[in-house]
Design a protein around this ligand. Sequence first.
Ligand code: ASP
Ligand code: MG
Length: 436
Amino acid sequence: MIQKIYKFGGASVKDADAVRNLTNIVKQHKDEDILLVVSAMGKTTNMLEKVLADFRQHNGELGFGALSEVMEYHERIILDLFDNKQDHPVIESVSNLFIELYEKLSQPDLDYDYQYDQTVSYGELLSTTIIQEYLNHCDVPARWLDARKYVLTDYRFRAANPDWDETRLKIQKLNDEHIRGIVCITQGFIGGTADGKHSVTLGREGSDYTAAIFANCLDAEEVTIWKDVDGLLNADPKRFANTIKIPHISYSEAIELAFYGATIIHPKTIKPLQNKNITLKVQSFLHPECGPTIIDNNSVSEDHSQLSTSHSPLFTPHYIVKDNQTLVSISPRDFSFMNEHNLQIIFATCDELHIHANMMQTSALMLSFCFDHNDTKCQSLIATLRDDFSIKYNDGLQLFTIRHYTEGIETDFIAGRKVFLEQRSRTTAQFIISGS
Ligand code: ASP
Ligand code: MG
């Protein structure tokens, strides 16, 4: 039985040293029945998005420059890992992947989302191919699994949803086939349509979700997400000084944080784990000795020992900033109330356009909400509702959320910014503010 799922994101495999570090971690745990879920190396997904844009813009003819950058990046890592051996079999496997990728990039006139998934998915195919070879090279026997044959989904390209019954049937077989001491390795982020014909992706940063899907279907004990931070912190250290590591939190708290925009865990990751009571650990691949943040059903959700005593809140406040928000304000043109009827029309349009409101507020005549900036979606929303509603919008805003809010703790962060909207519930305060 496979017991543990280790997820390694792009930063943890960004160069040859990082891959060696991953290998050391895996070596120490290789008898613990592990499945590795690995992302594309470094910023490969971003690079491939650019490659695709170049190919589409130049009808597949001139995009080669951007593609060669991706090729050179992977080649450098391979040569470093395999002692500059030009004849190592991994070179041929990787070259074949690039040939396939080139063919898929060169097909003109395909639907963008469809072509995105057929091409950008190569980032993960490349990384796992290289890492499987390297594990074998280091005497860690590894079996490569094609996630497109296990994570079976619908046809919603770029945001595919697993068909859980089909996926479970496929993934469960891995438990019967599993041999102790052989580490399985598969791709995060990607899957395949149930007819076996097309690649899909689960949405950016979707590798955490892949790990949760495998864990759920295998009834695994735990998932560890290996990160370049020491665990789950109460704020992004790039934006806030004096962050605190949270040693232990509940699934429900973690899902709220992810929903508000804490990027440490993909928001879809928690549900499949909670449903099977599988522990989630977030641990540093740079300092594994530090120990993880543990996320589970435990209701004693925090260790408060690190808080000052004078006016300690019950929980550590968490600060979450989501950039690039568009705030829309919508009013019925006929001066009718913003009642259920009008809300229904607006939300049905949002549902159709896949616009997800991150925060909303209503008044007698107005609904305001913010969502992740997307020009096309915003213009479609305006076009669809224009006849019956007047719509105003602002771009480039930030959504600032404080979970376990106490009066006044927002002041430093929002000082000097314009507050467009604010809202407070019992536990949470949110502010839509001008960007920094
Ligand atoms: N490589 C994909 C991305 O960068 C998936 C992931 O890393 O989780 O979005
Ligand atoms: Mg990533």
